[in-house]
Design a protein around this ligand. Structure first.
Ligand code: TRP
Length: 443
């Protein structure tokens, strides 16, 4: 059977950037920057993206293309059975992330519908927190929208790598950039936006501290979809002639740029209307609608905003789903279409308790957290960091030579950053991630 491939390198870059650019960049990044001191957080985040981030994404794409397999198959082909566990952690993580990611994706679908019908109380901002709360704590509505979001995700993946994923990202990613630019221009030209712009762009170095660096590293990791084999999977569909280091620079650049634009969209608007930049997760669903309510043309900008958020979420969720789909198809010989349908249904089912945890099942607690939070916590603090440490140790110590020849296309390309890559993989990345993991656990 012939393995699928990306039809073009542009398509691959859009797909990988689509995986990276997601709710993490537009929903999480601005509120992290808002709570972690603005510009200094941005600076630390960018430095990590440009070093550890670039190196690890290259390593994952290279491993994928070298093995031409899903993460579990890739680690066992390249490193032997004992490394398989790294891939298994990745596949498990993809189930966990997609379960709660799809619930949040569903909220964005709900907010598009509400924006179009004008049923959000944008003119009575006091009611917005309650309205958001009503949505996420009720039973049927969020589960319905979670199902809609999962169905869209599975629909794209069902159509195949080139005909489904690539074809959709080639349209969706440029559209996302265009919508984002429109919104940023609107936000930074508001009266009073300047204060938000300087808060976000001017680093106040006194804000740099351990917890902040560890939040920035965690965010860089999450926002590049690292540590779980997403890029291994996408890299496995890449043709042998493609220049992996170059493609990696592009993906990191695009992901970092969207995070910057996300901050420039959210924070100036929040400052201009005198709202609290440290509002946390509610910033996107509560604060921004209030901002739109006050803004000229807010009705349209609000629809544009939630459509853009949905695109960002969808281009990430398809890559999350692509991981287990490839795994079950390749390791157990299940047809891709059957694998997609089954995995989609299982993840939909896993998302139901995550959604209910916001409301009626909120009292079911593990380690003092509800089901939604404990899933996100396990991923952020255990499975992603462990996956990242193992991947970089594997790249740096076990198959460095093989990987080096993959990154240079068997010596045909020059890759002058190889020494830096080597040290980042061998020492810097594992040590930094380990430090973050331990310091989070000691809290
Ligand atoms: N990068 C995604 C975001 O920023 C989240 C994410 C983490 C992800 N790991 C992933 C997406 C793996 C796809 C695949 O929202």
């Amino acid at each position: 059977m012939k393995r699928e491939q990306w039809a073009s390198r542009f398509g691959f870059i859009m797909a990988a950037a689509g995986s990276a650019v997601g709710l993490g960049n537009i929903w999480k990044f601005p509120y992290l920057a808002g709570t972690q001191g603005g510009g200094a957080f941005l600076a630390v985040y960018l430095i990590i993206m440009a070093t550890i981030g670039v190196a690890l994404i290259m390593a994952e794409i290279g491993l994928g293309r070298a093995a031409k397999r899903n993460p579990v198959g890739a680690f066992s082909i390249l490193g032997g059975k004992k490394w398989m566990v790294t891939g298994i952690i990745g596949v498990t993580t993809s189930f966990m992330i997609l379960a709660f990611y799809s619930v949040v994706g569903g909220w964005t679908v709900a907010y598009i519908v509400k924006s179009i019908f004008g049923t959000l109380h944008v003119n009575e901002p006091d009611l917005l927190p309650g309205q958001f709360n009503d949505l996420v704590t009720s039973v049927g509505e969020p589960i319905f929208y979670h199902g809609v979001f999962m169905a869209m995700t599975a629909g794209i993946v069902l159509a195949g790598v080139a005909d489904g994923i690539e074809r959709s990202v080639k349209v969706l990613m440029p559209l996302l950039f265009a919508l984002l630019l429109i919104l940023v221009v609107r936000s930074v030209t508001l009266d009073g936006a300047w204060e938000g712009i300087t808060f976000f762009l001017m680093p106040d170095w006194s804000q740099v501290n351990g917890p902040m660096i560890s939040a920035a590293l965690g965010q860089a990791f999450f926002s590049l979809s690292l540590g779980m084999g997403a890029m291994i999977t996408y890299g496995s569909y890449l043709d042998k002639g493609a220049n992996i280091p170059n493609a990696s620079y592009w993906v990191v650049f695009l992901a970092a740029m969207v995070a910057v634009l996300g901050g420039l969209l959210v924070l100036p608007a929040v400052f201009a209307f005198g709202m609290d930049p440290a509002a946390g997760p509610g910033l996107t669903f509560i604060t921004l609608p209030a901002v739109f309510g006050e803004m000229f043309g807010g009705y349209i900008f609000q629809i544009i905003f939630f459509v853009m958020l949905l695109i960002a979420a969808l281009t990430s969720s398809i890559s999350l789903l692509a991981i287990p789909v490839a795994y079950f198809a390749e390791e157990f010989g299940i047809r891709r279409s059957v694998s997609t349908t089954l995995v989609g249904l299982v993840i939909f089912a896993m998302g139901v308790p995550c959604s209910l945890a916001m409301g009626v099942w909120g009292d079911i607690k593990f380690f003092d957290m509800n089901i939604f939070d404990v899933t996100a916590y396990a991923v952020d603090n255990y499975t992603l960091p462990i996956g990242g440490i193992l991947t970089s140790l594997f790249a740096g110590w076990v198959i460095l030579e093989r990987l080096g020849s993959e990154l240079t296309n068997e010596g045909k390309l020059r890759f002058s950053a190889m020494p830096a890559f080597t040290w980042l993989m061998r020492i810097v990345a594992p040590a930094a991630v380990l430090w973050v993991m331990v310091s989070n656990l000691l809290g």
